[in-house]
Design a protein around this ligand. Structure first.
Ligand code: AR6
Length: 175
């Protein structure tokens, strides 16, 4: 566990659908109607209530976030955000990925969420190189904590050991 100002930053190796926090974040697509990867796992585990609410919301632009129930999952909410598809790194991906994390945190604050878990947004099907994406994810979270001076418990849930070690090494260096 890492302490940063009023906040805690944690890393876990595992499946985000199993985690008991106020909100888990979904790496969704613009339709919010489900897909593969972490999105598929969240909709499978959470059941049809998540999809029903997503249909009503009617989609989400890249870099923004929307909130629903977590249905049958152990968390209270799912925050659906849409990361960018990685092209060449000079097509606005960095800002959009930063915004995906930041807008999720803004929603968390609005809903008085104290514990939130993020997957590694955009680094699966959307092809974002993990090391670049990780630095942006951590910068966004740190900037949010700096700005809001908030007591928030943030967990990065990594799905493979290499990503998990990368996050731990970087956070050890940085915090
Ligand atoms: N728990 C935690 N992390 C997971 C899980 C899980 N259960 N399953 C996969 N990951 P991806 P993206 C990791 O592809 O790149 C979907 O089809 C995975 O190993 O889920 O943002 C959406 O509908 C990787 O490290 O999301 C979109 O169309 C990370 O989560 C598109 O994929 C993100 O991989 C979004 O692509």
């Amino acid at each position: 566990m890492f302490k940063y100002k009023d906040a805690q930053i944690k890393t876990i190796l595992g499946d985000i659908t199993k985690i008991e926090v106020d909100a888990i974040v979904n790496a969704a697509n613009n339709t919010l109607l489900g897909g593969g990867g972490v999105d598929g796992a969240i909709h499978r585990g959470g059941g049809k209530r998540i999809l029903e609410q997503c249909k009503k919301i009617g989609g989400c632009p890249t870099g923004e976030a929307r909130i629903t129930t977590a249905g049958d999952l152990p968390s209270k909410y799912v925050i659906h955000t849409v990361g960018p598809i990685y092209k060449d790194g000079i097509s606005g991906e960095e800002r959009l990925l930063y915004n995906a994390y930041y807008s999720s945190l803004n929603l968390a604050k609005e809903y008085n969420i104290k514990t939130i878990a993020f997957p590694s947004i955009s680094t699966g099907a959307y092809g974002y190189p993990i090391e670049k994406a990780m630095k942006i994810a951590i910068k966004s979270v740190i900037d949010f904590i700096d700005k809001e001076k908030i007591d928030l418990d943030i967990t990065f849930v990594l799905f493979n050991n290499d990503d998990f070690l990368l996050y731990n090494n970087y956070l050890n260096e940085k915090l």
